[in-house]
Design a protein around this ligand. Structure first.
Ligand code: WT7
Length: 656
């Protein structure tokens, strides 16, 4: 534990006065309520927040843990919750403000959103035959039609599975096949740094093999570039949408009907389709929007994520719209035309809450430290971060230069599987410490447990970040693989004889009980706030014909948080002469198999890997070598202890 006490920053008093949760006593009251009457607590909020078509009969059924049911018997529709129920009071309020890469703008009111979503739903239903329970893969840029597509699926009860636009054709194909998707919604492409880039050709390539399940592809024409059209399969959204009726009934859904799948990396095997269901997910998306960002009726909120990740799902589309907020959608990159772009937008739209990732903060800080001074950022009230631990220098710049030392920084800790925030400051209540996620939110039984004993660890001790009771927006399953669901999340930590949800992250309490997340305890790397499984990257690299063996580990990276470091054993020593070409070939394979996000920052060719006698690769040794640390692990159990020294010298020299 560090001996230096972290400074504490009290919430802004004027802000706290108006906040939904005003001080730590109010926080504690809510948390006590949840502890004393867990079901009563959730019952209260489910009744207050959700516009039910039919009431539920049971709050929580945990008799078949970890397969839980929340709000059983209830009927609702998430698109209705996000749109229709606002039409009385907010019909002409901006729901989505879109800004394109080139500065083009669109303001979509709740009434317009209602019409646009209904038309898209009618198109999917009447022209494509999409029905309740069908899977629809969405492979889209950051344009309003991506949100319409999500909400149109929700309206029909179809299950969407968004694949991030940076994933390759192979990765897209795997996800289409795993979900047995019936329809793909995409765009010709979009704009980035003033230039068109393409998505449709990636879909074409993905569909070349093994995707017989896909009957129809809907293409939104965004950048107007030429694309190929497959007759009878591909349809233009732009040509068809105006013929659709702007009215479409919202399908009454059971609380536990699936809302979406989102694939994420695990420590082993292929990505898993994390399943979220309707009522619990939307309830917590809305509650955390209200508590953690404290968005007010006339506020404008901006989350810079991409809809391809969970942050984009919960905190660009579902959460903000469920509470009736105005949410910004931005197509471009934060550093174009310069690193002042986000601050220019904050000034222009008078953004009140701004939510981004530490990696973006580091890049903006490094490339444009003086940019914020050029703009009026006084509208900002709450600044959020997510995706990885934020380092103190980035935190300081964010707090002082962006927030003018008056905004709360909410360091929100959560993951794809949790659906919404788990551990986070409350902006009007929690005294914050730099780079510290602070306390579990009210209703969340988050605890750091000792993996051996299942007991809560003491101050200064490290343990595993767990959640000891099911919460409404918890993952409901891994698509098509219930065993993997149980094993991945409920296999490692047992408390009082019962398996509890383990996040995969290590954490510790400080002397005041504050939670600091220290990072993954498994073989998952966090690259720019995105999870990358080492097994996945290794499987991709192994497809390169020159490679005999490979192990990848994470290595601290100035901007990305972690970069990917690969140790490669070549089949043929003679190839050593063409290492540069081989390196290029390896990164090309990764690009093809996964996408640019998984490219290696370092590739080192080594004569062998450090393995135990049973053949297990000792990754800890490889992590230490990548960081340039001295090896403290016992290497005597290795099959060939000499290999460690050889690898060290390869890394030092950049080659063998
Ligand atoms: C993993 C989840 C949650 C949306 C974005 C990423 C890490 C997330 C924090 C934070 C420290 C964090 C964890 C977690 N993480 N937020 N505030 N402090 N670490 O979603 O791809 O599911 O990744 O990101 O390691 O397990 P994801």
């Amino acid at each position: 534990m560090s001996e230096v006490k972290k400074p504490v920053f009290q919430p802004n008093k004027a802000f706290a006065k108006e906040a939904r949760i005003k001080n730590m006593c109010e926080y504690q009251e809510l948390q006590d309520w949840a502890h004393e009457d867990y079901e009563g607590f959730w019952d209260h909020f489910a009744k207050e927040k959700i516009d039910w078509f039919e009431p539920y009969t049971n709050v929580l059924d945990e008799s078949n843990m970890p397969f839980v049911k929340w709000f059983e018997g209830g009927k609702l529709n998430v698109a209705h919750q996000c749109i229709d129920r606002h039409l009385d009071s907010r019909k002409n309020k901006a729901a989505i403000i879109f800004e394109g890469d080139r500065g083009d703008k669109q303001i979509i009111t709740y009434l317009e959103l209602y019409y646009n979503v209904n038309k898209m739903a009618n198109l999917l239903k009447n022209e494509f035959g999409v029905e309740k329970g069908d899977r629809v893969v969405i492979y889209m840029p950051m344009i309003p039609e991506a949100a319409y597509a999500m909400l149109a699926c929700a309206r029909l009860g179809a299950i969407h599975s968004i694949v991030f636009g940076g994933f390759s054709a192979e990765a897209l194909r795997d996800r289409i096949i795993d979900a047995e998707a019936k329809t793909v919604i995409t765009a010709d492409g979009a704009f980035r740094k003033d230039k068109p880039y393409m998505l449709k050709p990636v879909v074409d390539k993905a569909l070349e093999e093994g995707c017989e399940c896909v009957g129809k592809v809907l293409v939104v024409e965004r950048n107007g570039e030429d694309v190929e059209w497959v007759a009878g399969r591909d349809y233009s959204y732009n040509e068809m949408i105006d013929q659709q009726s702007p009215v479409c009934d919202a399908e009454p859904m059971d609380s536990e009907d699936p809302l979406f799948l989102l694939y994420t990396s695990g420590s082993t095997g292929k990505p898993k389709g994390v399943q979220h269901n309707s009522a619990g997910y939307i309830l917590w998306a809305q509650m955390t929007m209200e508590w953690v960002f404290d968005v007010k009726e006339n506020d404008t909120y901006w989350c810079t994520a991409d809809v391809g990740w969970i942050t984009g799902h919960t905190y660009i589309v579902y959460g903000p719209l469920a509470m009736g907020a105005t949410t910004i959608m931005f197509e471009g990159v934060p550093t174009y035309p310069d690193a002042g772009r986000p601050w220019k937008m904050v000034e222009e739209y008078k953004i009140n809450q701004f939510y981004t990732a530490p990696t973006a903060i580091r890049v903006l800080h490094k490339t444009g430290a003086e940019e914020p001074k050029k703009y009026d950022l006084s509208s900002l009230k709450v600044l959020g971060t997510v995706g990885e631990p934020i380092d103190p220098p980035a935190w300081k710049w964010y707090y002082e230069d962006i927030g003018n030392s008056k905004c709360a920084i909410v360091d929100t800790y959560w993951q794809t599987e949790t659906g919404g925030h788990m551990v986070s400051p409350l902006p009007g209540a929690t005294p914050i410490k730099p780079a510290c996620a602070t306390f579990p939110l009210p209703g969340i039984m988050g605890e750091i447990l000792d993996p051996e004993t299942g007991e809560k660890v003491g101050a200064g001790e490290s343990g595993y970040m767990c959640v000891t009771r099911p919460w409404p927006s918890m993952i409901r399953g891994v698509w098509g693989d219930p065993e993997r669901f149980v094993k991945s999340y409920f296999g490692d930590v047992t408390k009082d004889g019962k398996p509890v949800y383990f996040t995969g992250d290590g954490a510790n309490y400080d002397e005041d009980g504050y939670i600091t997340i220290t990072g993954r305890t498994d073989d998952v790397i966090n690259v720019s706030g995105h999870r990358m499984g080492t097994a996945e990257v290794e499987a991709a690299i192994k497809k390169s014909s020159d490679v005999a063996e490979v192990a990848v580990v994470g290595k601290p990276h100035e901007l990305k948080g972690e970069g990917i470091f690969a140790y490669v054993v070549l089949k043929n020593e003679e190839n050593l002469g063409e290492l540069v070409d081989t390196m290029k070939a390896i990164n090309n394979v990764i690009k093809q198999e996964i996408g640019n996000i998984a490219l290696c920052d370092d590739i080192v060719f080594v004569p062998g890997l450090p393995k135990t006698r049973s053949g297990k690769i000792m990754r800890r040794i490889l992590r230490s070598i990548a960081k340039g640390e001295a090896i403290t692990q016992d290497t005597s159990t290795l099959e060939d202890p000499a290999v460690v020294g050889q690898i060290e010298s390869c890394v030092k020299n950049g080659s063998c």
